[in-house]
Design a protein around this ligand. Structure first.
Ligand code: SAM
Length: 283
């Protein structure tokens, strides 16, 4: 693969997160964590020079890949030569109409597995788009920064537990598959990586009456991590005039107002979100 990049005189762009994976063993492990078979449809974000794409195309029925960098077209034509089950689209995965692309590439009732070595600079927006855009995704196996992977998997009380952990766990079940040293990339990034698998829940982890408010509440509760829940609510969602009412509601749902947001479970946030509904108009 490195020869291929050299042969095409391709210069890697750091600004596009172009750290290409050059370890065959890791490529195989990523594909195997996705449990693909000859009936599987795969959506790959950022095929780069096609190293992972080749492994995926060997195992799946079809691979649809989305790459932002048009300069890779000639490289991919070369590396994917002979694979008739790969379609590459050029454009930004955050902007392209993925519904439209998938509707052209996979049967209407099929689901896709996302497999990707994601560009670090847009990991969170890409993950959130894929999770919330209503695409027919059943699971994702993605390589991301190790530190971000721990945030996705974190549970209450852990340092990396935050609004991202809740947003992701509300929609999916995350499981870190392995950590990956920086030495398997060209060029080497500054940080280690991890492969994480996210199984999309068929039903969300909790039911809430008002989903946008639930997420506003979560963000507000983590806005100042060292502050108590009641202070974060007063400072970031309500104001001092609501203090007594808020204490009352917290008391009613059995949550100590002196706790920090980082100790609350998703179920507790859901309970609080529903109970605070009556105050929403006043915020
Ligand atoms: N899959 C290859 C591999 O494993 O060696 C390349 C992975 S590299 C970490 C990330 C790839 O994502 C690069 O090819 C980069 O050009 C592409 N990329 C960056 N931003 C993108 C975006 N917004 N949409 C689609 N592709 C993007």
């Amino acid at each position: 693969m490195q020869d291929m990049i050299r042969r095409h005189q391709f210069t890697l762009k750091k600004s596009l997160g172009q750290n290409f994976l050059v370890d065959e063993n890791i490529l195989n492990k990523i594909a195997s964590a996705a449990d693909l078979d000859e009936e599987s449809y795969v959506l790959e974000i950022g095929p780069g020079a096609g190293a992972l794409t080749q492994v995926l195309a060997d195992q799946a029925k079809k691979v649809v890949a989305v790459e932002i960098d048009r300069r890779l077209e000639t490289v991919l034509n070369d590396t994917l030569y002979g694979f008739d089950n790969v379609s590459v689209y050029f454009g930004d995965a955050l902007k392209l109409d993925l519904h439209d692309i998938l509707s052209k590439e996979i049967p209407a009732d099929a689901t896709v597995t996302v497999v990707a070595n994601l560009p670090y600079y847009v990991t969170t927006p890409i993950l959130m788009r894929l999770l919330t855009d209503g695409l027919p995704i059943n699971k994702m196996v993605v390589m991301i920064q190790k530190e971000v992977a721990s945030r996705l998997e974190a549970i209450p009380g852990e340092k990396s537990y935050g609004s991202l952990s809740i947003a992701v766990q509300y929609l999916a079940e995350p499981r870190i598959i392995m950590t990956v040293p920086k030495t398997v990339f060209v060029p080497q990034p500054n940080v280690d990586s991890a492969v994480i698998r996210l199984d999309i829940r068929t039903e969300k982890k909790v039911r809430v009456i008002d989903e946008p408010f639930f997420f506003r509440l979560v963000r507000a509760s983590f806005a100042q991590r060292r502050k108590t829940l009641i202070n974060n609510l007063i400072n970031n969602l309500y104001n001092k005039n609501h203090k007594e009412l808020l204490l009352d509601i917290l008391n009613r749902v059995g949550i100590d107002p002196g706790r920090r947001g980082e100790t609350l479970t998703i179920e507790e946030f859901a309970r609080l979100s529903d109970a605070l509904g009556e105050l929403t108009d006043m915020s």
